[in-house]
Design a protein around this ligand. Structure first.
Ligand SMILES: Cc1cc2nc3c(=O)[nH]c(=O)nc-3n(C[C@H](O)[C@H](O)[C@H](O)COP(=O)(O)O)c2cc1C
Length: 167
């Protein structure tokens, strides 16, 4: 894929073992707060989740940027046993709008990912991307509905407000 600047885009999935419990949203939000500005700077997109004490992360971007990120991840003491399961060139990003998303998973998606992690051969990119995109689609729908609801409950702007805004 030729990305915006004409770079070839690669995509990889890795699993690693968390050193501490990341079942708490707090542990994950610390990582995301660090990851997102870096990824926005580097043109990296992707999806991160934690299941049974393991991280699963799909990252996509220019090859050099992915190499840099993997090197930083390998030095990060919050996890160990990092294993890249698949890396490939892609014709389109799977998470183009996300500088790192961590979707809330429902039982079916957790079960899907858990069975991939149980299998020692580890699973391929498409196996992981499927359930993660389903979770993302559901969440986007919920967000859209919440926004629509809150918009329909918002008091109408009075004529005075309108006059002020257009003045
Ligand atoms: C599971 C996990 C996922 C991470 N994902 C990212 C990521 O997507 N992008 C990123 O820049 N850092 C990520 N990090 C943090 C990096 O390992 C590293 O601490 C950080 O990139 C260092 O940034 P700095 O050199 O700007 O201090 C992640 C860390 C963990 C434990």
């Amino acid at each position: 894929m030729q990305d915006v600047k004409g770079w070839t885009v690669e995509q990889l999935v890795y699993v690693s073992r968390s050193v501490r419990s990341v079942s708490s949203a707090i542990g994950m939000s610390d990582i995301l707060a660090e990851a997102r500005p870096n990824n926005a700077r580097d043109g990296i997109t992707g999806c991160l989740t934690a299941i049974d004490g393991r991280f699963v992360q799909v990252v996509e971007g220019e090859a050099d940027k992915l190499d840099d990120l993997i090197n930083r991840l390998l030095r990060d003491e919050r996890h160990t046993e990092l294993r890249v399961l698949e890396r490939r060139t892609v014709s389109a990003r799977a998470f183009p709008q996300w500088d790192m998303l961590s979707p809330v998973l429902v039982t079916a998606e957790i079960d899907d990912l858990r069975s991939l992690l149980r299998d020692d051969s580890g699973g391929r990119l498409d196996d992981f991307i499927g359930p993660l995109q389903t979770a993302l689609a559901r969440q986007s729908e919920v967000l859209h509905e919440t926004r629509t609801l809150s918009e329909s409950h918002r008091p109408q702007a009075s004529n005075d407000d309108e006059a002020e805004r257009t003045a």
